[in-house]
Ligand binder design. Structure first.
Ligand code: 6PG
Length: 239
């Protein structure tokens, strides 16, 4: 699968700058609410920090932006591994986004109940309990990829890869910490799914993903709109 929308940058800085510029333009071109799903991990941190810098932040109508997550580690909101905490520290605490527009995944109680609660949050925002490919849930869904080819918290060989009904599920058996993750149908419900992948450690998995190796979860992501890969040169598959 060599996606036609693959952009390769000389380094992470250029990739982040380009992604921020693209996001600002896409939000500006969108009327009304803008649903942005964030990924966790380390790759997006400089992007989130850049979006919060005054020169860029002032160009974003934060009152129209609704932030969601593609996955979450099932740890307390103030835990250092919590994805929403990372986004708050790097971006959300520094921009004038209304608190009601920040839709963090719950991480208390039982993971399955928290997943069901977040599915209700998404359905309330969407206004329906069934996804329509012609009316995507997200305007942009930002995703990363692990060096094993996982994305969000969909891991190789996991039973959650085959989920087609639920939008959000718990993942108890793949990592030291339990996770909550969007499933493929929900991840795909976006005008644009944008992967940001950087670092030589990702190149072997990315080469397999671009070759269509469906054993890697990232290779099975599709988009109701368009699917775009932003790569730094060290992660890009060998020509
Ligand atoms: C998470 C992410 C996960 C991440 C990849 C890449 O919760 O960890 O959503 O899917 O995007 O693991 O992580 P890095 O950007 O840290 O390499």
């Amino acid at each position: 699968m060599a996606s036609p929308a693959t952009k390769i940058f000389d380094d992470r800085r250029q990739m982040v700058d380009a992604c921020a510029a693209w996001l600002v333009d896409r939000i500006a071109q969108t009327e009304g609410r803008f649903a942005l799903a964030l990924s966790g991990g380390s790759t997006p941190k400089p992007l989130y920090a850049l979006l919060a810098t005054p020169d860029i932040s002032r160009r974003i109508p934060w009152d129209r932006v609704h932030v969601f997550w593609g996955d979450e580690r099932f740890v307390p909101a103030d835990h250092p591994d919590n994805n929403a905490r990372m986004a708050r520290e790097t971006m959300l605490s520094h921009v004038p986004i209304p608190p009601a527009n920040i839709h963090a995944m719950p991480t208390d109680g039982e993971p399955e109940a928290a997943a069901a609660a977040y599915q209700r949050t998404l359905q309330d925002y969407y206004g329906a309990s069934a996804l329509d490919p012609a009316r995507p849930l997200f305007d942009v869904n930002l995703l990363g990829m692990g060096d094993d080819g996982h994305t969000a918290s969909l891991f190789p060989g996991a039973t959650q890869l085959d989920e087609t009904a639920a939008w959000v599920v718990a993942v108890r058996d793949q990592k030291p910490e339990t996770r909550i993750t969007l499933t493929y149908p929900a991840l795909a419900s976006a005008r644009t799914v944008l992967f940001m992948v950087e670092g030589a450690a990702k190149q072997p998995a990315l080469t397999r993903v671009f070759a269509g190796d469906r054993a890697l979860p990232a290779a099975r992501v599709h988009a109701d709109g368009d699917l775009v890969w932003y790569l730094d040169r060290s992660a890009a598959p060998a020509a």
